[in-house]
Design a protein around this ligand. Structure first.
Ligand code: F0G
Length: 459
């Protein structure tokens, strides 16, 4: 029998209550939060799709591991388990634990970055770019052209443009390239996968020029799922073997374990070069903690050791990618414009197309995020001109390239009925969408304004 419904391949043993609010209450909550979803208390959110990072539900096995966590300062059993699991998956020789992904980024990019250095990626995630630029180096994003077209159905929109890569390396000189970074899946480009063929082509170019090649492997299992189902040569491979082969092409990797290691906190840096690993280790001990725990507790490390294996379980991965696509496809059927095809961890709504009457300088993405909360208590994040808009030297508004709203799905947290509810909210939003007003910023900080700015409706 062919089943249409992809059931959640788990039962629920522990529950967390969701407080249900009325629209009248949410109107007041929004006002108090100055129309910024980041300033709303989590307790007042019904369905929280702000991020898939650190929001996973852990398994009974992981919680069991938490009790076994060895809290020894040096050489803890839990560290050994985490190190072994990561070595088995990545094949890299030296593993450095960190409290999350950006700490690993900071360790590596301050070492190999600096003024005059160039980094090249399919797309640098915000914290990656920030750490690179903080070191004084420059970061170039070179996704394939299809990667930035919301309606393109290319199966691997997370691929890097290899012709541009070759050209950039030659133009800047191989000796000035800090690293080439392949982000799998490409979060900033819509959670889109990169193919094995692309990773191989990137590796080949890096090898030819003698350039350092590393993976940002936060969502490595989700990327492996897409390869198995979209890249013919890998259809009979296990997800784990696909991930192993991909990682074997690089010189190292960075991972925020808060994504595909199914934990609430953690990360690591993995390298093959002994000298570089030693140098990073010195900084690790100064800034994070001793080299056998980084910023982590023994129980955190135990949960990572278990989660990084669990995530490759075929029924889980099938459910994960299918349920994300379910939300995207259902709202698309309602006429909501989204980035296609749906990626692994999130659905991105094209707010500019959803509210064509709201110009970018009146933040259509922010307007949609506010509406989602007002009508349904659903929290999502604007990825558009609030986050990336700028002013030119003449003080004029320069919009972001796209006006998106990201709904990231926490792993193993919400059931299909929660998602059906979100779909219903979109049905509601479709009705009066031409009446929705533009938004203005009433107070903003100097940096990363999306986190703390205040907003209001334009009358
Ligand atoms: N790299 C990628 C591709 C990411 O998506 C993230 C985090 C990081 C690095 C940094 O890891 O948060 O553990 O320090 N992404 C989260 C998100 C914050 O919501 O997409 P971190």
């Amino acid at each position: 029998m062919h089943h249409k419904v992809t059931i959640e391949p788990f039962r629920i043993k522990v529950v967390e209550p969701i407080k249900l609010t009325s629209e009248a209450e949410r109107i007041e909550i929004l006002k108090k939060a100055h129309y910024n979803p980041f300033l709303i208390d989590a307790e007042d959110v019904i369905i929280d799709l702000l991020t898939d990072s650190g929001t996973s539900a852990m398994s009974a096995n992981q919680w069991g591991g938490i009790m076994r966590g060895d809290e020894s300062y040096a050489g803890a059993r839990s560290w050994k388990r985490m190190e072994t699991a990561i070595k088995e998956l990545t094949g890299y020789k030296y593993i450095l634990p960190t409290h999350q992904g950006r700490a690993a980024e900071h360790l590596l990019y301050t070492k190999i970055g600096g003024p005059g250095k160039i980094f090249i990626s399919n797309t640098h995630f915000d914290t990656t770019r920030a750490n690179i630029e903080f070191s004084g180096a420059k970061a170039f994003d070179i996704p394939i052209p299809e990667g930035t077209q919301p309606s393109s159905l290319h199966p691997f929109k997370g691929n890097m443009d290899t012709e541009k890569l070759d050209r950039l390396i030659i133009e800047h000189g191989a000796q000035n390239i800090g690293a080439v970074i392949l982000t799998i899946t490409n979060n900033s480009g819509g959670g889109q996968p990169a193919s094995m063929a692309n990773a191989e082509a990137v590796a080949e170019i890096c090898k030819k020029h003698g350039v350092f090649f590393i993976f940002d492997m936060c969502r490595v299992a989700e990327n492996a799922y897409f390869i198995k189902h979209r890249e013919e040569a890998y259809k009979d491979w296990t997800y784990e073997d696909i991930a192993k082969k991909m990682l074997s092409l690089g010189d190292g990797a960075i991972m925020s374990a808060k994504k595909d290691a199914l934990v609430n906190m953690g990360g690591f840096l993995a390298l093959n070069d002994e000298q570089l690993a030693d140098e990073c280790k010195t900084t690790l001990i100064v800034t994070e903690g001793f080299s056998t725990y980084g910023g982590l507790t023994g129980r955190d490390m135990e949960a990572i050791a278990i989660g990084i294996k669990e995530v490759f379980e075929p029924d889980y991965l099938h459910y994960r990618v299918t349920s994300t696509a379910y939300l995207g496809n259902k709202i698309m059927e309602l006429g909501v414009p989204i980035i296609q095809p749906v990626g692994g961890h999130a659905v991105y709504v094209d707010a500019k197309a959803f509210y064509p009457h709201i110009p970018p300088e009146q933040y259509p993405g922010q307007a949609l995020a506010i509406e989602l909360y007002k009508i349904g208590g659903v929290r999502a994040v604007e990825i558009g001109s609030v986050m990336f808009g700028a002013k030119n030297d003449a003080g004029e508004f320069v919009p972001a390239s796209m006006e998106l709203v990201r709904m990231a799905i926490p792993r193993r947290v919400y059931t299909q009925s929660h998602i059906d509810y979100v779909i219903e909210v979109f049905g509601e939003l479709m009705k009066d969408r031409q009446k929705v007003k533009g938004i203005k910023i009433t107070k903003e900080p100097a940096f990363l304004r999306h986190f703390t700015s205040w907003f209001d409706y334009i009358d």
